[in-house]
Design a protein around this ligand. Sequence first.
Ligand code: TPP
Length: 342
Amino acid sequence: MTAAATPAPRPKRPAGSAARAVHREFGLSDADALDVYYAMLVTRRLSEAALKLAYQGAIDVAIPSDGHEAAQIASMRALRPDDPVYLFYRSVPAAYARGMSAREIFLDYFGRRDAPSSGGKNLAGHWAKRELKLMSISGSVATQIPHAVGSALAARLRGEDSVSVAYFGDGGSSKSDFHEGLNFAAVHQLPVVLFCENNRVAISVPFEKQSPVRSVADRAVGYAVVGISVDGSDPLQVYRVMREAVDAARAGRGPALIEARVTRLGQHTSQVGDTRGPREMAAAHRHDPIPRFARYLRHHALLDERLESQLVERAEAEVQDAIQYAGHEPPPPVERAMQDVY
Ligand SMILES: Cc1ncc(C[n+]2csc(CCOP(=O)(O)OP(=O)(O)O)c2C)c(N)n1
């Protein structure tokens, strides 16, 4: 063979480039990666549909999760089913990833008798289901953090090896619950992970106006725990850091604070408008995790146009079915008004 006939060597891809199938390196199969993508599609549609229903007056309040999907769904995959989880009101994608069906989510949104979170009695958006170890939460921001820490202590006392997780926003990290919870968890080296979805705005208050440090993860140093800041629009990196934190906590190496940097694409809730201008919104949309993950999947030949439209169609059908189903279910009976009320 002459030199001229020798094919030129293929250019080496730079280390860390998006060309590596990092999902496999992180222990996720091709099917897992597609599952994560599908859950992102369903929950985006679910969030959009809930907002429309709220505007129509069919449901009381909708809390958009657009932009938070990658962080929530990927982090949830790093947990075991017996790990207690404390969500917050923006946690629809996490609830879905944990196993709450679209039908159950809409039962809750419509305030129906069989809604798993509270039988239709709590404000919608307080995602809970005992069988999934999704613990009941409060609308008071960040109160779920000490609850998660307490459940980690309970697991330790019972000799169980579960890891508790609390989800909350950057605004929640300004609350005393966060500081007390993290301090207690650190002092006692409890198996708990605090997962902050930092979308850099608490209703309309920018992160810079409520935090002297640039990153929520920086706060970890004050409590001598591991603090990790991760790109929350990248589900694979989120999965990797969550997996490490959860494994370490389970192995007795103490708590961790994870900050997933996310973008809030929607408004705070259906009842509160957005104060951000068009330029800020355009910047936010550049970090939309869904087209970004689709590009990754296409690059690795896991997704093509045909599969994409099948998945979108399936996601839309799942959400429409859930709305039809929950829309026709009965409300809680009057006799239950005083039950479970303290
Ligand atoms: C103790 C308490 N204070 C104020 C409120 C009103 N409130 C509801 S949501 C919210 C913003 C919280 O922002 P963040 O924790 O960043 O989460 P995000 O809504 O951005 O996801 C506030 C102040 C509340 N529910 N509870």
